[in-house]
Design a protein around this ligand. Structure first.
Ligand SMILES: [Zn+2]
Length: 639
């Protein structure tokens, strides 16, 4: 470690900031002095800087274990843009690509290596890891290691094995949410030399939590968006893909500029909607909860939950995507009794019976014609929906059964999101030129590759067939054909993008008699999920300050926030006179529909309280009911 350079210098040099936020500096100091550290920081607090800065200050490779491929790729890209050498190993890479990366790690050409938890126990990785110089091991989303957490992933349990290869290297575990019990579990499972948890303040002074019981959610949603849209864009979270489209349409028909976003939409359309939203061209985006991860938009003004999140952890993470600029923002949740029932039902469907899961496994093996005792390492295209259709599985339950098989490590699914085409030249320059003498028809294509993709002669490079077609004045299908031909001539490796998801069988097919689900990956997880859902239900029904409730849940003591719906309601009760004055003044400002007072988040009193006040004002002849062509209005003048 170079003594002259401080973490602040590195921060300034690569990120351009002068100061650290939250507890970043404390965490970094701990890591620089080689202490195992668990850092608990709220979403958006800049967790990644906590390992990136030590990685730049220490010699060797920093290994970052992360379960989210999309986030890994984002981080890697933004590091590369800063001129920091970084790579990611994940399921979409071929063995050869992975070996190239690992070789570069051995040669210390890479500072930060991202890798998925499944890969760290692979023989291939370990054979290189053993010989690498390691600066630090960072474990992102560390709560996944704990069975008591809300997102337990068995693959995390293998991370601790890395310690025996490099016992002196410190581990930095990172999480946005972890109860005390989970925190303790993380330290134990990662074999911390000494317990060392650093808590950042989870208090969000700019966020106002509002949870409303509401039978007519759509009407209320429209009111809220109309009120908040002048300040910026928001996210409406729904749990089903179909609902993203349905609700976006309904909002559009009610005068709201809303776009849908879900993983089943085509990539260009999804991207277009995301960009329009990021550029503030719409009021809001209606999305499944995957939306927002890895999107760095600081001025999201509100997050509205249309469905109940499955846990308080999920809820706070999702609300945490609002107000990262530290300006006032809202977390709003609308629910009624149906939603509570639905949440409980969802948990049941998330964990279908053992019999169901076993049927799914057998159907998969039959589909790919695997006999008992065969199939290990087989990798195939997996058209999930047509497979479900053929074997009569319901999509939601079927999907969950597949996920559970994956958790039991029997199969691995590689989703097709963002899969790109890649090329790597096998032949060297001289061989390429010799080849072109015999096959001049490939000259333009090879030149286009060499000129447009720096590094393509030495490493796997992402290419676009469409772009190549434009450059060579050819059709895309011809470009693909030529690339395949060049592969056959041993000039290059070509990995075209695939449209389908892929499935890998991790083990030979097991016979029915050996099929079992473990406590660890099934029964306990199911129990935890049920418990988390009940905690969520208790939370929304509670009459305690919302923020206090959340922080107490994470064992962090705090006073009432004075910003959430409950706090404001309690304060308002003392101030009925003030509320009456506010309502009267608002009507004086411009006539209002009665609904305005029933739904507005400007009044943190109940519908009934507001309507009682309106009645009083009417009785006192201070306001009057007016009729327009379509509606009834409240007005402060009798003209
Ligand atoms: Zn409060």
């Amino acid at each position: 470690m170079s003594q002259e350079i401080s973490p602040k210098d590195v921060l300034k040099k690569y990120w351009g900031y002068d100061t650290f936020r939250y507890n970043q500096e404390e965490v970094i100091e701990n890591i620089l002095s080689n202490k195992d550290t668990l850092a608990l920081m709220p979403t958006g607090a800049g967790k990644s800087l906590c390992y990136q800065i030590p990685a730049l200050m220490k010699k060797g490779v920093c290994i970052v274990i992360s379960p989210l491929v999309a986030l890994m790729l984002d981080q890697q890209k933004s590091l590369e843009e800063k001129g920091i050498s970084s790579k990611a190993i994940h399921s979409n890479l071929s063995r050869q690509e992975i070996e190239t990366i690992l070789n570069n790690c051995l040669l210390s050409k890479i500072k930060i290596l991202y890798i998925s938890p499944e890969r760290v126990s692979s023989k291939l990785f370990l054979s290189y890891f053993e010989k690498m110089k390691i600066s630090l091991i960072a474990v992102d989303e560390a709560h996944c290691i704990s069975m008591w957490g809300y997102d337990f992933r068995p693959s995390f349990l293998k991370i601790a094995n890395l310690r025996k290869y490099h016992p002196q290297v410190a581990i930095l575990a990172l999480s946005a949410t972890a109860q005390r019990q989970v925190a303790k579990d993380i330290e134990e499972k990662l074999l911390f030399k000494k317990p060392n948890t650093i808590y950042s303040s989870f208090e969000k002074e700019n966020i106002s939590y509002n949870i409303f019981y509401e039978e007519n959610k759509l009407e209320r949603l429209v009111y809220i968006i109309k009120e908040l849209r002048k300040d910026g864009v928001g996210i409406i979270y729904v749990r089903s893909r179909g609902n993203t489209i349905r609700i976006a349409h309904q909002l559009q028909s009610l005068g709201i500029k809303a776009l849908a976003y879900n993983a089943a939409m085509s990539f260009p359309l999804r991207k277009l909607h995301q960009i329009k939203w990021q550029n503030d061209e719409v009021d809001c985006i209606v999305a499944t909860t995957a939306f927002g991860m890895g999107i760095d938009k600081k001025d999201v003004r509100y997050v509205i939950h249309w469905d109940l999140p499955h846990s308080i952890e999920e809820y706070t993470q999702e609300v945490g995507r609002a107000g990262r600029d530290l300006k006032k923002a809202f977390g709003i949740l609308l629910y009624n009794d149906n939603d509570i029932e639905q949440l409980r039902g969802n948990i049941e469907k998330m964990f279908p019976s053992k019999k169901y899961i076993q049927n799914m496994y057998n159907a998969l093996c039959n589909y790919y014609q695997l006999a008992v005792g065969t199939g290990k390492d087989i990798r195939r295209d997996f058209p999930m929906l047509s497979f479900f259709h053929r074997y009569n599985f319901n999509a939601y339950e079927g999907y969950n059964a597949i996920k559970l098989l994956e958790r039991s490590s029997l199969i691995e699914i590689i989703e097709s999101d963002d899969v790109v085409s890649r090329i790597f030249f096998i032949a060297n320059r001289e061989e390429v030129f010799a080849f072109l003498e015999d096959y001049p028809q490939y000259y333009h294509l090879i030149e286009a590759l060499r000129r447009n993709y720096a590094g393509i002669m030495t490493q796997f490079t992402i290419i676009s067939e469409e772009k190549l077609a434009r450059i060579t004045y050819d059709e895309e299908k011809n470009v693909k054909k030529s690339l395949k031909m060049l592969e056959q001539y041993n000039i290059l490796h070509y990995e075209p993008k695939t449209e389908n998801a892929q499935i890998i069988f991790t083990f030979d097919r097991i016979p029915d008699s050996n099929f079992s689900l473990s406590e660890e990956t099934y029964y306990n997880v199911k129990k935890t999920h049920k418990q988390k859902a009940e905690e969520m239900i208790d939370f929304i029904k509670s009459k305690e300050c919302r923020e206090k409730y959340i922080l107490n849940y994470f064992n962090l003591p705090i006073e009432n926030c004075n910003r959430c719906d409950i706090c404001l309601k309690n304060n308002q009760k003392k101030n009925k006179k003030e509320l009456k004055e506010r309502i009267f003044n608002d009507i004086k400002l411009s006539p209002k529909k009665l609904n305005y007072f029933a739904y507005s988040i400007n009044y943190n009193s109940t519908k009934e309280e507001n309507i009682e006040i309106v009645r009083e004002l009417l009785d006192e002849d201070k306001i009057f009911v007016k009729k327009s062509a379509t509606d009834l209005y409240l007005s402060a003048t009798d003209l």
